[in-house]
Design a binder for this molecule. Sequence first.
Ligand SMILES: [Zn+2]
Length: 165
Amino acid sequence: MAVLGIPVLEDKYPVTMDMWPIQCKEFNRVWPFYENLKQGKFTTTKCKGCGKVAYPPRVICPECYSEDLEYVDLPKKAKVVVFSEELKGVPLGYDSPLIHATIEFPAGSPFKTIVTKIINCPAGKLKEGDEVQFVVFPVAAHPIDIKGGIAMKERVFFAFEPVNK
Ligand SMILES: [Zn+2]
């Protein structure tokens, strides 16, 4: 993303809730989450011992501390519960409007609510109760030093966008 007048931010990806920017399995124990994202799947971890579903994905169950976890699908559609929309003074490197929302998955889903970024939405258009859908997009590759060579690792991240754009 080009940021006018700020060359240092040229092509830099502003991280928002992307807590593990090094996504490959050599460096990241929740790498299956990113592999699933690359296939267009939205997943998180479920404990095989006690059944607890956690989001974001974990390496240890927050309920019983088991490490025996599996990845389960999350819904790709949800409803906006509440949101914030920043128009002016967004942090350096971000585009306006910068929208974050708490979204609620349909009844019967393995997880109830998450906080996510909302993209592809003009300022002033989003409303509480709006339906949003899952989107995966590429972000700048990350250089990784793996056994004798620097490799640029493809990366992806996700957000939600309004169903009715
Ligand atoms: Zn557990």
